[in-house]
Design a protein around this ligand. Structure first.
Ligand SMILES: Cc1cc2nc3c(=O)[nH]c(=O)nc-3n(C[C@H](O)[C@H](O)[C@H](O)COP(=O)(O)OP(=O)(O)OC[C@H]3O[C@@H](n4cnc5c(N)ncnc54)[C@H](O)[C@@H]3O)c2cc1C
Length: 565
């Protein structure tokens, strides 16, 4: 519920006014102009520099953001680009949580149409369009085909997809239409033909989630934010009135503990949100209903062609996608309620069997366990609703909750809508922290690496303009041109770049999130690990022991991505 604050003329949630009063903070805003810094081409993010900034910052930060996934980094970009002074702390690597484990679709959420949630679809379609505009080097459009095996499916899905296209308005990506059997097979040459009548095609966005996230970290940094991975927020600090006014943090690498004061603390810890909420207010009601989703990755030959398959209604009422991704075939996902949230979730056998059998209903060559190159699991940070029968029915809307301690938690939502979530969150946080009001500047803010024709960089295209920096590394040392493994296109220079400029700290950071080797082919990634460790050791001055520990730690994590046949 929102109120127009009379003295300010700004839209203010009612509970925010009440909380400001209870914390003894007058609700006053000063409106100042929009501040946006220039786009910096070449980033050079260094851990030591981030610590220097913290040490040289004795006064309270305007905002401390806890959590370095899409939501937290989105908030850091938004706040920094308005000119606020922001510190973001991530307990593991940026994107280690859900944000590297998604289906990688920038989408309006066609199935929310079926749930009648037009508002969510409209919002997400707009955000999809903005993502394509602001990060064309990482996000691109993709044709999705709904194959039809029953007579009623073509008109039914054809109509729904037309509505989806119309709702996108000026952010539309292409014309959806009904396809003949032949046209369907032109899009999907490896589709099962038995009983196939035709299909319907529509368009959505696709991206590389962890790569986009790293570029968002760079964007936040360009805008002035200070961001650290491998720093866990252990506790929250309070003022005399009991309001949260800072964090107690611990460097996971060194054990060094420090306090940082803030005018407002934002909890953007995704599926872990309740943990921090309960530290802030031990009697808080848990709000997260965690739901696991898994994906299987196969050779690209399973889904020949450039289009994806969308199955709107699997046996148990879920949506399933088979998508071409980095030359491979990505199939998912599941929606399984889970009791606790691990940092490294593991796929369950039932989930694997479900995806294999459903994929086998649609693909000419049914995949088996032996064909699985990688399996990965992620946890949706869904917000609880008392009347939903299962997690698949829970809303993907985001929620911003302001606790009685003043902790602001931004929960739920989707990757696609991270920018909008951040805007709403910063609006509320700035008001609560009594910061000068500044308008959001992210609608047309280019994401780091922005490039309109990044395809020209071949396998380095996802780096956008940073591909030039990687090319410079190669020019300075021809060894860096070599591939890490013949099965994947990643070259040694990418490891050096990740350690030198993208704050990669472990072999896993490089093989899972700076490149996507672990997600594409876990066995190959394990084979790459010693080479990657050698290169990182040179950059980060690792001892032989540290190098060996890094390779072992990576093998342990990679075991979760490998299937036992
Ligand atoms: C299987 C699956 C498929 C999906 N597919 C799509 C899709 O195709 N398109 C789409 O739009 N959305 C999709 N989503 C949703 C989307 O991925 C999530 O909504 C989004 O990634 C959540 O981001 P987040 O930043 O809130 O959480 P996270 O990415 O989990 O980030 C939270 C971070 O907080 C950190 N953290 C926790 N506690 C602390 C602490 N005490 N101190 C410091 N750091 C801490 C964690 O380490 C973590 O990195 C999917 C989700 C799943 C599970």
């Amino acid at each position: 519920m929102h109120n127009l604050c009379p003295e300010l003329g700004v839209d203010v949630p009612q509970d925010l006014l009440a909380i400001c009063r209870s914390l003894g903070r007058p609700f006053r805003h000063r409106r100042v102009g929009r501040i946006q810094k220039n786009h910096v081409r070449n980033i050079n993010m260094k851990r030591s520099e981030m610590y220097d900034r913290i040490r040289n910052h004795p006064e309270a930060w305007d905002m401390i953001v806890v959590g370095g996934g899409a939501t937290g980094v989105g908030v850091a970009i938004d706040a920094a680009s308005r000119g606020y002074d922001v510190l973001l702390l991530e307990q593991s690597d940026f994107g280690k949580g859900t944000s590297s484990r998604s289906t990688k679709l920038a989408h309006g959420g066609i199935r929310y149409l079926g749930q009648g949630n037009i508002g969510l679809v409209l919002e997400a379609l707009k955000e999809r369009g903005l993502l394509l505009e602001n990060a064309p080097h990482i996000v691109h459009d993709l044709a999705f085909v709904v194959p039809n095996y029953d007579w009623w499916e073509a008109p039914f899905y054809g109509l729904g997809l037309k509505l989806y296209q119309l709702l996108a308005g000026k952010y539309g990506l292409g014309t959806s239409r009904i396809l003949s059997r032949e046209e369907t097979l032109e899009h999907l040459p490896t589709l099962k033909t038995e009983g196939l009548r035709g299909g319907a095609v529509y368009f959505d966005g696709q991206f590389d989630d962890a790569r986009l996230l790293i570029h968002m970290v760079a964007t936040a940094y360009e805008q002035g934010a200070t961001l650290l991975n491998y720093v866990e927020v252990m506790d929250l600090m309070r003022n005399a009135q009991g309001a949260i006014d800072g964090v107690m943090a611990r460097d996971v690498e060194t054990g060094y503990q420090f306090r940082a004061a803030a005018k407002i603390v934002i909890n953007a810890t995704g599926a872990f949100s309740d943990r921090l909420r309960l530290i802030a207010e031990p009697d808080a009601t848990p709000m997260i209903a965690p739901s696991q989703g898994i994906h299987l990755v196969f050779d690209g030959a399973f889904l020949a062609g450039k289009s994806a398959i969308m199955v709107p209604h699997t046996r148990d009422g879920r949506v399933l996608f088979a998508i071409p991704w980095h030359g491979h075939t990505l199939v998912g996902t599941t929606d399984t309620a889970i009791p606790t949230v691990p940092l490294e979730p593991v796929a369950m056998d039932e989930e694997i069997d479900f995806i294999l059998s459903t994929a086998g209903e649609y693909l000419a060559k049914a995949p088996t366990r032996r064909d699985v190159l990688s399996v990965f699991a992620g946890v949706r940070p869904l917000v609880r609703a008392s009347n939903a029968a299962g997690t698949a029915e829970l809303s993907r809307d985001h929620v911003i909750q302001v606790g009685s301690s003043g902790l602001v938690s931004v929960m739920g939502g989707k990757w696609t809508t991270y920018r909008r979530m951040a805007e709403d969150c910063v609006n509320q946080a700035a008001a609560l922290a009594y910061l000068p009001e500044r308008t959001c500047a992210t609608e047309h803010l280019h994401i780091h690496g922005f490039h309109n024709d990044a395809k020209a960089y071949g396998s380095l295209s996802v780096y956008g303009s940073d591909a030039i920096e990687i090319d410079k590394l190669i020019a300075s040392d021809q060894e860096l041109r070599e591939r890490l493994h013949p099965a994947l296109p990643y070259v040694k220079a990418e490891v050096v770049f990740a350690a030198r400029q993208e704050m990669a700290r472990t072999v896993e950071d490089v093989l899972a999130r700076r490149t996507r080797a672990l997600f594409l082919n876990a066995r190959v990634a394990v084979e790459m690990a010693p080479v990657a460790a050698d290169l990182m050791a040179r950059e980060l001055a690792w001892s032989e022991l540290e190098k060996a520990n890094q390779v072992k730690a990576f093998r342990d994590v990679a075991a979760n991505y490998l299937l036992r046949n």
